[in-house]
Design a protein around this ligand. Sequence first.
Ligand code: SF4
Ligand code: SF4
Length: 347
Amino acid sequence: MEKIRLGKTGLMVSASSFGALPIQRISVKDAGYLLRKAYDSGINYFDTANAYSDSEEKIGAALSDVREHIIISTKSGGKDYDTVLSHIQLSLKRLKTDYIDLIQLHNPSELPDVNDPHSTYAACVEAKRRGYVRFIGITNHGRERARAAVLSDAYDTLQFPLTCIAPQEDIDLALLAHERDMGFIAMKGMAGGLLKHAETAFVFMKKYPFVVPIWGVQRESELDQFLEMEKNPPKYEDWAAEIEKEKRELAGSFCHGCGYCQPCAAGIEIQTVARMSLFLRRSPVGPWMSEKSYAMMMQAEKCIHCNACKSRCPYGLDTPRLIEQNLADYKSFRDGWLAAQLRKNEQ
Ligand code: SF4
Ligand code: SF4
């Protein structure tokens, strides 16, 4: 597979790389199969995080025998020097390796003072000094914070959400990072699962050949689709109209499903509830009508309006309001669906 230079790290990573967040949701055996198939098919870069439950362990189990042929990045969301250092040591153990290619500070809500010897950044520098990590990066969902991180020149890479429906400001951020020779890793290329066609995401990324997309895959069919597109790339012109349509349909503020608003004091699955109206119109409705999904949605009625989710949302969304709107829409949609089912059964 074609390789992309990851900015000043000089690492040559596969043009389609592997985002290992979703493999948390599948068995060790299935994850091992998927990771190995990705590797055998030319994917050499795998991105994970301390916070992705057993994702690091699954990578360690599946790929430790080919460690020298792959590039691994992970993340620490530690809030202080000691926690970040201990996360890195834990990652080494879980990944069954003695070095991590890239450690990233995981979506900090404030940038650390890079001159403070006790900061989270200093912990990464110390890890580098000890040989635990080779390069230091940062991930963020906040555009202004990400921009400040780029301008600080303190990081080798930036990981940021980028999709074909992204506003021009996000594209400008990627271009700025590239200008300063920072590696740009694109997360959420499929807009958190909201895009209807993977081709739209793929052709968009190819317009910016320095951008490294980490596709979050959990099914073999999803992996196959990206592998096939790498072999026979679709053309931008053939998907431009669809991209414009997606932009119109998903215009404005929508929930990206990142889950940073959690935990919720009322046990609400915010990232699903807040996207329900979109799911109902962009994916098969059957599974959303089940008793299990209904119970999950009804949990939203228990919201105590503490606004904790709102204060944590990196996109500045009015999360409680979004929940209310989606719940109301779900209820009326389900009523209509049940009535239609009844009529069908009576015929
Ligand atoms: S405002 Fe509602 S949804 Fe948000 S964290 Fe509080 S209880 Fe949960
Ligand atoms: S409401 Fe905000 S923080 Fe929560 S999942 Fe959606 S985009 Fe992420």
